[in-house]
Ligand binder design. Structure first.
Ligand SMILES: Cc1cc2nc3c(=O)[nH]c(=O)nc-3n(C[C@H](O)[C@H](O)[C@H](O)COP(=O)(O)O)c2cc1C
Length: 304
């Protein structure tokens, strides 16, 4: 019996853990190492219509309880990337989700369609990147623009469309509701949180872009609250993300209302086997609690 199996917006995952977008490169080999490490699904780095160089180094800085990054969405563009999607689809035996960003609703739709045609099982719309102008969170914080983007992508897609939200907004649950009403099949919650690091010696910001996004254990309580609040508002499945480093963190997200979880920064610190360590721990927890399916604990902390 597989207690950990989940159906996420029509995708069958052998366990609820997923690789979060952007933590590793694009290559099929790195995605394979994540699947061998035990992930139930993988999300690629965000891909746009045109190739993009991203920012100069330094793009990542380690702080006391996480990482701050401002990579700048470097990527080869969707035309070039379709061959990687085809190769990954053949090599991987788990759902492959392609993360997509754009500078207009048409761009999101074009890139999503090309990714799906090349074999992606779903797309995840990055409407929450905190450090690139005119995309990411600049789209995800406007109810009107977000709705247009999600509707446009849904028009051209038969496969599931996930929408990745940012906490860098004042009305997160309104935004989640708009994404859900516009047709999102799942909501990924959350992207990195706006942050910055300054070097006392040089008296300068450390990142070349100066401002970036914080990930890792520091943002876990913020992400848990975001999942909890959204679960109360919408019925759309939630994928929890932010600071998950061990099975207990993963379970907490499920109890808050997530149907699956994504892991990013913990891989940089613990390697791909963090997935199997987490799934083993979840399995033991479910057995100890006498729970037959992981689905039974989703949202359990909301009971009165
Ligand atoms: C180096 C780095 C690069 C990232 N690149 C992307 C990206 O391309 N697209 C995206 O949607 N999120 C990106 N993220 C955000 C992660 O997918 C995730 O939402 C965030 O890091 C919180 O999860 P974590 O604490 O487990 O890392 C990136 C995060 C890091 C640390």
């Amino acid at each position: 019996m597989n207690r950990l199996g989940v159906n996420l917006a029509g995708l069958n995952l052998s366990n609820p853990t997923m690789l979060a977008s952007g933590i590793l490169g694009y290559s099929v080999e790195t995605l394979e190492s994540i699947v061998e490490g035990g992930a139930g699904a993988v999300v690629t780095k965000s891909i746009g219509l045109e190739p993009r160089d991203g920012y100069a180094n330094p793009t990542v800085v380690q702080v006391s309880c996480g990482l701050i990054n401002a990579i700048g969405l470097p990527n080869p563009g969707i035309e070039e990337f379709t061959s990687e999607i085809r190769a990954a689809k053949t090599a991987l035996n788990v759902p492959l989700i392609v993360s997509v960003y754009g500078f207009s609703e048409e761009e999101y739709a074009t890139v999503s369609k090309k990714a799906a045609d090349a074999g992606a099982d779903a797309v995840e719309l990055n409407v929450s990147c905190p450090h690139v102008k005119e995309t990411g969170s600049e789209i995800g914080q406007s109810l009107e623009i977000l709705s247009k983007v999600v509707r446009k992508v849904k028009e051209v897609m038969e496969k599931p469309v996930f929408v990745k939200l940012s906490h860098n907004v004042t009305n997160l649950t309104d935004i989640a509701e708009v994404a859900a009403k516009s047709g999102a099949d799942a909501l990924t919650v959350i992207n990195t949180v706006k942050a910055m690091a300054i070097d006392a010696e040089t008296a300068m910001p450390i990142l070349s872009n100066k401002r970036g996004g914080l990930s890792g254990p520091a943002i876990k309580p913020i992400a848990i609250r975001s999942v909890y609040d959204i679960y109360e508002r919408v019925k759309t499945p939630i994928i929890g993300c932010g600071g998950i480093a061990n099975w207990r963190d993963a379970v907490e997200f499920l109890l808050a209302g997530a149907s699956a979880i994504q892991i990013g920064t913990a891989i940089a610190l613990r390697g791909p086997n963090v997935f199997s360590a987490i799934t083993r721990g979840m399995e033991t927890y479910l057995k100890r609690k006498g729970v037959k399916s992981v689905k039974e604990i989703v949202g359990l902390s909301h009971r009165r």
